[in-house]
Design a protein around this ligand. Structure first.
Ligand SMILES: C[S@@+](CC[C@H](N)C(=O)[O-])C[C@H]1O[C@@H](n2cnc3c(N)ncnc32)[C@H](O)[C@@H]1O
Length: 331
């Protein structure tokens, strides 16, 4: 029996979180290779297929799947054809990415794009993705994954959103990516409460979309947000805030990006969000892994949202994340 290898790509710098998550939740997998942004594991248990893996995909993997083969520029198209033959009867897409986010070797990309018209399209749920991962110039690993609605649909999670020059912080990217991935259906005039709003990256994204934002943060907001008539600043630490200070009008979205340990931020935000439990459509909650111990609590954190009444809870690492992941609770 051939050994089976599972590949996981991750945000560069989050490899240790991914390995710890695998150690905790996938006891049959043992570390095989670890490089920047890519970790592989040997499966010592029963063989699994892409669909099973997709159902319980590691949160700290931007993409995970079954490693199929290694190849190089000359053999790439032939080897890729062997892999696509395996799933010829199924719907599939092809994602091609450089593991370090470096420019692709152009020759390879042109050949690929002319052979596979669907190259790097947004993945759709319930299709396969053949991942062509450029490891170093001219060297590729090919892996097969399956897409669910909890899979980041972009090649290696790269939404290609560029930080605009007016954004006061890189946190703009987190909400912009979440909107592109989940289509948050943000409507003009929707009201959002943002916990941990300073200096205002995410606020800028929401205000630019015509939304109204109440930002909770003891720190100062960038002037562009502070002076916007659609923005109100509650300059109070979340633990000192009472429901009475929050708007009485219906709130459609709550976003959370607090530099606090998850236990405390979850407790305070869910306490306050009870005020709008009947009208919110979603909570976007960034869980900061301030200590790897919190990885043991991921299930508990997810359950808090189910108990709060969410109809679906998705956990996902975004490419703009550092030591953190997103919980998106839909109501
Ligand atoms: C990652 S930053 C938020 C970035 C912001 N969302 C943006 O888009 O620019 C985390 C924020 O949490 C805030 N914070 C830390 N402790 C807090 C607390 N107890 N209550 C409210 N905000 C807090 C910090 O002041 C900081 O501005």
């Amino acid at each position: 029996m051939n050994d089976q290898f599972i590949f996981c790509t991750t945000v560069i710098g989050n490899e240790s979180l991914l390995k710890e998550e695998i150690r905790l939740y996938f006891p049959d997998l043992t570390l095989s290779f670890s490089g920047k942004g890519l970790v592989t594991f040997k499966n010592k248990g029963e063989k699994i297929d892409e669909r099973i893996l997709a159902d319980k995909s590691p949160v700290f993997a931007l993409r995970s799947g079954i490693h199929i083969l290694k190849t190089d520029e000359d053999l790439l198209l032939d080897d890729l054809a062997k892999v696509t033959d395996l799933i010829a009867r199924e719907k599939f897409g092809v994602h091609y990415f450089n593991i370090k986010g470096e420019p692709f070797s152009l020759v390879g990309e042109e050949k690929l794009a002319s052979t596979y018209s669907q190259l790097n399209n947004r993945a759709r749920p319930y299709e396969y993705i053949v991942n062509v991962i450029e490891i170093s110039p001219g060297k590729f690993w090919i892996g097969l994954s399956f897409v669910t609605n909890a899979t980041n649909p972009y090649p290696n999670g790269n939404t290609e959103i560029v930080l605009p020059p007016n954004a006061p912080s890189r946190a703009y990217l987190k909400i912009a990516e979440a909107d592109k991935i989940f289509n948050l259906n943000l409507n003009f005039n929707d009201l959002v409460i943002e916990y941990g709003s300073a200096p205002g990256g995410a606020t800028t994204y929401l205000l630019d979309k015509g939304l109204k934002v109440v930002g909770v943060d003891p720190a100062l907001m960038d002037e562009s947000c502070a002076n916007n008539p659609n923005f109100k600043h509650l300059q109070i630490p979340v633990q000192d805030l009472s429901q009475e200070k929050l708007p009485d009008a219906p709130v459609q979205l709550v976003t959370v990006d607090l530099n606090l340990n998850p236990k405390q931020s979850l407790k305070e935000v869910l306490r306050l969000t009870k005020k709008h439990a009947h009208d919110i459509r979603g909570i976007l909650f960034t869980i900061k892994i301030v200590n790897e111990f919190h990885l043991q609590k991921m299930g508990e954190y997810k359950k808090l949202f189910i108990d709060f009444g969410a109809r679906e809870v998705i956990e996902m690492q975004l490419s703009s994340h550092k030591k953190e992941y997103l919980i998106y609770a839909k109501f």
